[in-house]
Design a protein around this ligand. Structure first.
Ligand SMILES: NC(=O)c1ccc[n+]([C@@H]2O[C@H](COP(=O)([O-])OP(=O)(O)OC[C@H]3O[C@@H](n4cnc5c(N)ncnc54)[C@H](O)[C@@H]3O)[C@@H](O)[C@H]2O)c1
Length: 254
């Protein structure tokens, strides 16, 4: 029988920020395609809830606490995944932090926290998973950036800088690990109705502006992002690497 290249057949997928807004769409989508999902992040209750939902729906998931900005915490997560699930095939670097402030009000601590999480954290997770991704023979790294990098959105300077860094990180890493059969891609979400958007002061107006900017006149959902991640996680995307895919309802067109 022909193997379905969209199926993930028991592959192990780590999703950082798995308990957050987009993570709650990414984890079930990967599990529905057959992956064993590691719901990774900082807040145990949120991780447990997403893992329980996946398991209740007939999928397989475990919750693992991690601070991606801390190398020893990332090492502990990786060891636990390897000992409990036996390998790593997919890393979804999705966890991020953001503050909304004029750039002159960003403190050095804010800057460090945002860059340490959103950029160094992606690197630490990729580096820790690398031997297992290589061993898998079809390793996948999927990095979540943001539309804010393409729009140069104000009051998010540290965040936008970190998201631009992810685009470069993706391209350079794709070159280095391509010979190991590992693909590395970025997806760049537009505006999704998660906790992240609560940092905007006037949500009604914000919603109107988003729908006006998008070609598709509905708000995106975490499930939309989950479907794209699932495509990038499997064999169906094995000839795509170093790329950036906007998932924003046709807002930015590069
Ligand atoms: N929601 C949107 O509209 C939108 C738009 C563009 C980009 N994004 C990107 O999508 C990704 C997910 O965003 P979201 O909307 O789900 O945000 P969210 O805040 O709901 O979730 C992010 C998760 O990351 C976790 N996290 C933060 N720091 C961490 C750390 N040091 N270690 C481990 N986990 C940590 C948080 O606990 C949270 O659960 C982020 O990379 C974000 O920048 C989101």
């Amino acid at each position: 029988m022909t193997v379905n290249p969209f199926h993930l057949d028991g592959r192990v997928a780590i999703v950082t920020g798995g308990g957050g807004g987009l993570g709650s769409g990414i984890c079930p989508a990967l599990a529905a395609a057959g992956a064993r999902v590691v719901v990774a992040g900082r807040t145990k209750e949120k991780l447990d809830r997403v893992a329980a939902d996946v398991n209740a729906a007939g999928g397989q998931a475990i919750a693992v606490e991690v601070d991606i900005a801390d190398g020893s915490s990332v090492a502990a997560m990786t060891e636990r995944v390897l000992s409990e699930l036996g390998g790593i095939d997919v890393l979804v670097n999705n966890a991020a932090v953001y503050h909304r402030k004029p750039w002159t009000e960003i403190t050095e601590d804010d800057w460090d926290q945002v860059l340490d999480t959103n950029l160094k954290g992606y690197y630490l997770c990729a580096r820790a998973a690398y031997p297992a991704l290589k061993e898998s023979g079809h390793g996948r790294v999927i990095n979540v950036a943001s539309i804010t990098f393409f729009g140069g959105i104000p009051n998010l300077l540290d965040y936008v800088a970190s998201k631009g860094g992810i685009v470069g990180f993706t391209r350079a890493l794709a070159r280095e690990v391509g010979p190991d059969g590992i693909t590395v891609n970025t997806l760049s979400p537009g505006a999704f109705p998660t906790d992240a958007e609560k940092i905007h002061p006037d949500l009604e107006n914000y919603n109107r502006e988003i729908l006006a900017a998008q070609s598709i006149k509905r708000r995106g959902t975490p499930e939309d992002v989950g479907n794209l991640v699932t495509f990038l996680a499997g064999d169906a995307s094995s000839f795509i690497t170093g790329q950036l895919i906007q998932i924003d309802g046709g807002w930015m067109m590069h």
